[in-house]
Design a protein around this ligand. Structure first.
Ligand SMILES: Cc1ncc(COP(=O)(O)O)c(C=O)c1O
Length: 450
């Protein structure tokens, strides 16, 4: 019998012995430095030694309402557990699944994606999209299976999702992967030729996409999958005209367009879905993390009437499902989260505060090493100039450690000779948190590479 551990040293020791962390550094000795987080409040986290950290990443891009609504979540979870602790969303169903699907479809509004299937994770959502697309074409009498994603994009870790990942280092250990996962250029503008307009950049990217479709054979391509703003690679916003151009290409070649809104769903860009902000019109949209502000394990895949329709003709069952999708307790928490987000008017807050956050981050341009500040909503990246150092991995570690010592948690990704800081605060963040964030970054970057 394991007693609850309160002492940091004992927790670290037990962690090293038993707890295999996801993407965790499990090398000997790594756990000696392991931070054990025990409490959250507002936009801040506290570790087992009482240290306080600004969570400038919303944990893993997901705690959109921050950490102060535990009582409200607990109340609905307890009520649901007392009434019906579990029921599947298969042949029969339960009220929370129905209510949540109606609410999510309502939030998608003008995107016209009224049919909602729940998943237990973002990666499983991506997997579901690819399977919907494949079976959709089978039902329509076509055999299309390929999927086009973008370089550097992250889409999850199941074999389908990892095949779609545009990060070779994540794919290689598991090869051979699912055939038919292809990658095209992403929308990174930093480093493009000087003077190139957004329209020219969009045309360049769309030409690349179209060339790939033609090279593969359009009749084999089932879907194109993109994030409205791509996280991996550093908050890559699309150039004007790109979203509309993707829709036109999808229509021209009969391909389904899929939005991976695992991060951008539920307010990150100041709209319920990022597609609404950037003018993307997907046939399928997948979302997860912030559907419950990560207080529950739940995601949602939304599809249009057109995609749904072939599955409604008997005996055309979508041969897919899982035990925990639309779990009633998770659904109740997600409903509460959406209610809190609406009550706090978080979309309006993000749009109103976006210029202030952007300006605060752009003030860092006076540091020599800052090359690019980009993003939208509450979703930004700071890319350090290539050539800042000879070893980006060392630099990233140094910055991450420096920020951690300064009480700021965010993600620092190495580039070959620089680094990218990913910034994604809870949507309840305000001027005080922006000041804390930018002050901390300034201090650390000045010391490390000013
Ligand atoms: C865009 C995107 N898609 C999919 C995923 C996978 O989500 P999960 O970790 O819940 O499987 C992530 C995770 O960060 C993501 O950022």
């Amino acid at each position: 019998m394991i007693e609850p551990l309160s002492d940091t040293a004992k927790l670290r020791e037990a962690s090293a012995a038993h707890n295999w962390r996801h993407f965790g550094d499990m090398t000997d000795g790594a756990a000696e430095q392991l931070r054990v987080i025990v409490r959250g409040e507002g936009c801040h986290l506290y570790d087992s030694d009482g240290n306080r950290f600004l969570d400038a990443l919303s944990n893993l891009f997901c705690v959109n309402v921050g950490y102060s609504y535990g009582d409200e979540f607990a109340e609905v979870a307890a009520e649901q557990l007392r009434t019906l602790g579990y029921h599947a969303n298969w042949a029969s169903t339960h009220p929370r699944a129905i209510e949540l699907s109606a609410r999510v479809a309502e939030l998608a509004g003008d995107l016209d994606l009224p049919h909602v299937m729940f998943t237990p994770s973002g990666g499983e959502g991506v997997e579901t999209c690819w399977k919907i697309a494949r079976q959709y074409f089978k039902l329509k009498g076509e055999n299309r299976w390929k999927a086009i994603a973008r370089e550097t994009a992250y889409h999850g870790v199941s074999l389908g999702a990892i095949s779609l990942n545009g990060i070779a280092a994540y794919r290689e250990p598991f090869e051979p992967l699912v055939p038919g996962a292809l990658h095209v250029r992403n929308t990174k503008a930093y480093g493009r030729p000087e003077g190139e307009t957004e329209a020219e950049h969009a045309a360049f990217l769309l030409e690349d996409m179209e060339a790939r479709i033609l090279q593969e054979g359009p009749s084999t391509v089932a879907m194109i999958i993109v994030e409205p703003v791509q996280n991996a690679g550093g908050m890559l916003t699309p150039p004007a005209g790109y979203a509309e151009g993707l829709r036109a290409l999808a229509d021209k070649y009969g391909i389904l367009l899929v939005a991976d809104e695992t991060i951008t769903g539920y307010g990150r860009l100041g709209t319920w879905f990022g597609s609404q902000r950037i003018g993307l019109r997907p046939d399928i949209l997948t979302s997860a993390k912030a559907l419950s502000s990560a207080h529950a394990v739940i995601g949602a895949v939304l599809v249009s009437d057109r995609v749904y329709e072939p599955f409604t003709e008997a005996p055309s069952l979508f041969k897919h499902g899982n035990t925990f999708g639309a779990h009633p307790v998770m659904s109740a928490i997600a409903l509460k989260n959406l209610e809190i987000m609406e009550r706090l008017r978080l979309n309006e807050h993000v749009l109103a505060k976006e210029p202030e956050l952007r300006a605060a981050l752009e003030s860092l341009y006076d540091l020599d090493c800052v090359g690019d500040v980009r993003g939208m909503g509450f979703f930004y990246a700071i890319e350090l100039k290539p050539g800042t150092v000879s070893d980006g991995a060392l630099l990233a570690k140094e910055i991450e450690n420096g920020l951690s010592d300064a009480g700021i948690m965010l993600r620092v990704t190495p580039t070959p000779t620089g680094a990218i800081l990913g910034i994604c605060p809870p949507l309840v963040a305000d001027t005080a948190e922006f000041d804390e964030l930018v002050g901390g970054i300034r201090t650390v970057l000045s010391a490390v590479c000013g």
